[in-house]
Design a binder for this molecule. Structure first.
Ligand SMILES: [Zn+2]
Length: 272
């Protein structure tokens, strides 16, 4: 029988029978993996602590005749204990794991995605940063890790690098300066006049977001900084609201879907 050892984060757990679980792991070595936890729901199981959702652990797996390898040994590395007992942090962590589950693939190790998810859960668990800021930075950085990074270097039409504000084309992932937006034929401009969308030449209505210099700096930082420090920035309250709106819209547009756990997170009335 083949044995292998992986370090993985439990993205999802599915009860099977009376005492077993199927676990969906995100690993650096093999991307997403489904593994079987035999007897791990038993109170006597020594694997109980390392087979809960949000746990990061080292697992020794054995490949047998069954479809999924089973856990023969495990050692908890990080439980992200601070997520428990706080509904907002827990709901956010569930969203992070659902996104990671959606975008990761089997047999394709992705160290950057795993590091992003671990750093995000660590910050949410520590409770020192606003969840709204962690969420927005995670969403932007996640898009970047997946190769969907917006081009925030300059106006995509004229190339100007500095402006009082830019518009971000959510679909194309690039910036348009106010002058270039103004020069577009009137039919191409925002149909509602509120700056929330515009119609490019011969195209469909595209969503745009207004990006102030403060927000642009934050976006560039969240995307381009060292992953260990990608949350080391602050924003004013108003800017954080816009930053959060832009990041969420951008990731969802790029992925072309929404997430059940995101709806739940947003249904919670108390946000810090
Ligand atoms: Zn321009």
């Amino acid at each position: 029988m083949e044995r292998l050892t992986v370090k993985g984060l439990v993205l999802r757990e599915t009860p099977v029978g009376d005492n077993d679980k199927l676990l969906t792991l995100l690993t650096a070595e093999r991307g997403k993996m489904t593994v079987s936890g035999r007897g791990v729901r038993s109170l006597r199981s020594r694997h109980m602590a390392s087979t809960q959702q949000f746990c990061y652990a080292s697992y020794t797996l054995v490949k047998s005749k069954s479809i999924y390898p089973y856990i023969s040994d495990s050692e908890l590395i990080e439980s992200f204990f601070g997520l428990r007992g706080n509904i907002e942090r827990l709901a956010f962590a569930s969203y992070v794991c659902e996104v990671a589950d959606h975008v990761s693939v089997e047999e394709n190790g992705d160290v950057d995605l795993l590091r992003l998810v671990l750093n995000t859960l660590y910050a949410a668990s520590a409770g020192k940063k606003q969840i709204a800021l962690i969420k927005a930075a995670f969403e932007l950085r996640c898009a970047a890790v997946l190769g969907m990074c917006p081009d925030l270097s300059c106006c995509s039409v004229c190339g100007v690098k500095e402006a009082q504000l830019f518009y971000l084309d959510i679909f194309e992932g690039n910036l348009v300066c106010p002058d270039c937006m103004e020069r577009r034929p009137s039919a191409e401009k925002d149909a509602d006049g509120d700056g929330s969308s515009y119609q490019p030449r011969g195209g469909y209505q595209r969503p745009v977001s207004i990006v102030t210099p403060e927000i642009l700096n934050a976006m560039r930082y969240a995307i381009g900084s060292d992953i260990a420090k990608f949350l080391s920035f602050t924003l004013t309250d108003d800017a954080l609201i816009s930053f959060g709106d832009i990041a969420e819209r951008y990731l969802l547009h790029q992925l072309g879907c929404s997430f059940r756990t995101l709806e739940f997170y947003k249904s919670l009335s108390v946000h810090d």
